[in-house]
Design a protein around this ligand. Structure first.
Ligand SMILES: [Mg+2]
Length: 131
């Protein structure tokens, strides 16, 4: 039996591209070379690479990814999901700058970690509403 293809999902802002606050739909940060290297290496090892972002996948973003040398299979797309699943991409791993990795920690510890992430960054909702 052939092993199932592994899927890695990458956030865009703050993971593939530097992020210093929302500046517009077609305004991007600088490429983050370490992330891009890992994405490309995983894909060459047979992984499926999905970018999952709140951004629309515009032609400008497509061009930014091309110039930055990012290889990927999909953006905001779950066509690898089985039928009757939601729009969250099924994945073996998610890479996101706003994530808390849940591993069974206690409620107080989880609360601390959630607030730590939330307080370490500006609110993306407040910023997006200004545009
Ligand atoms: Mg992000």
């Amino acid at each position: 039996m052939t092993p199932r293809q592994k899927v890695a999902v990458f956030d865009f802002d703050g993971v593939i591209s530097t992020y210093n606050g929302w500046r517009g739909f077609d305004v991007f940060g600088e490429p983050i070379p370490s992330t891009i290297k890992v994405m490309n290496d995983l894909q060459s090892q047979g992984w499926r690479i999905v970018i999952f972002t709140t951004r629309h996948f515009t032609p400008a973003m497509q061009e930014w990814l091309r110039i930055a040398g990012v290889t990927y299979d999909d953006v905001n797309n779950t066509k690898h999901n089985p039928p009757h699943t939601s729009n969250k991409p099924i994945a073996d791993v998610y890479v996101d700058d706003r994530a808390v990795n849940f591993h069974g920690q206690s409620a107080p510890q989880l609360m601390d970690e959630i607030k730590g992430v939330a307080n370490s960054k500006g609110s993306p909702l407040d910023v997006a509403k200004e545009n």
